[in-house]
Design a protein around this ligand. Structure first.
Ligand code: MN
Ligand code: MN
Ligand code: MN
Length: 295
């Protein structure tokens, strides 16, 4: 283990964060400033199925001395389950661009389907309310916040349990790209596919190993070992996955909003037994200009 503290590379590289381009609360510029104020030197902007926030973040990063990594968090399907794959260091590529367009269409269709199911269960008007507030397709968290505002549920958690989660009354199976094709899009765009938050899927150890095997076979290259939902035990388990499946290790806060989960850059250091996904790049201290190809 490296000594903990703000000077370790792991503490100043944050490779998973969201903006208002998807379900984050801060604009790309606000996110970069918040990360910079916490000592982050390399920040990946990884919105759900869109790279719309990246150009603004890159501009803000240049001014603030933060190397912004062009990224995305893809929702993919594997064995009928939704898995998240973060892509890092992405170039513009027509296949990825078309793929992200298709994912956005899938999000719109899913939002419409959730709206119909909520209406059947006594809560009409959700789509119009949440879609009117934003240009991008609404996600389940937006529906959850609407249900809370209506007094239908106490909080987001209850909204997912009763309505929006897999066991909920308004559950709609998403029509995402397959794990294999999603990884292919990222690789075509010169990106590094990272299996996001491996312990957030509720899988047993055997299923997680199957997932990692499939992920690696399809061209996946790294796994998040330190995430916003990490405990020391989980870091140890994540190291086990990285070593067993010959994957690089990534660290990201999965920051969405102030006061909600981890702040940008507030990460435990990656254990020395794994190879960081950004080890091949220049140290973030000197990477003031963007270290990665930009969109
Ligand atoms: Mn999210
Ligand atoms: Mn995720
Ligand atoms: Mn995320």
């Amino acid at each position: 283990m490296q000594a903990s503290g703000a000077n370790t590379q792991a503490a100043i590289a944050d490779l998973h964060a969201h903006t208002t381009a998807s379900d984050g609360a801060l604009s790309p510029t606000e996110l970069v400033h918040r990360a910079a104020s916490r000592g982050v030197k390399r920040l990946a902007v990884t919105d759900h199925d869109t790279m719309a926030g990246v150009p603004e973040a890159v501009r803000a990063g240049r001014a603030a001395g933060v190397a912004v990594v062009a990224g995305v968090e893809l929702s993919v399907l594997w064995e009928g389950r939704e898995i998240h794959v973060v892509g890092l260091y992405l170039d513009a590529h027509p296949v990825l661009r078309q793929g992200l367009d298709a994912q956005q269409q899938a999000r719109w269709q899913r939002a419409r389907a959730i709206d119909r199911r909520l209406a059947k269960n006594g809560w009409p008007g959700a789509f119009d309310a949440v879609a009117n507030e934003r240009p991008d397709p609404p996600g389940r968290s937006h529906f959850a916040d609407w249900l809370v505002a209506q007094g239908a549920v106490r909080d987001r958690q209850q909204a997912f349990k009763r309505y929006l989660g897999r066991q909920g009354r308004a559950w709609q199976r998403p029509d995402w790209v397959s794990l294999e094709s999603g990884i292919q899009w990222l690789r075509l765009a010169g990106g590094t596919p990272v299996l996001a938050h491996p312990f957030a899927y509720g899988f047993t150890g055997a299923w997680l190993r199957r997932l990692c095997t499939a992920f690696r076979a399809a061209g996946g290259q790294a796994v998040e070992v330190v995430t916003g939902r990490t405990t020391p035990t989980r870091v140890r388990d994540g190291v086990g996955l990285a070593l067993r499946h010959d994957l690089l290790a990534s660290a990201g806060s999965d920051f969405h909003a102030p006061g909600f989960g981890l702040e940008p850059g507030r990460l435990a250091p990656l254990p020395a037994s794994v190879t960081p996904v950004d080890a091949a790049l220049a140290p973030p201290e000197v990477a003031v200009s963007p270290a990665a190809p930009l969109v």
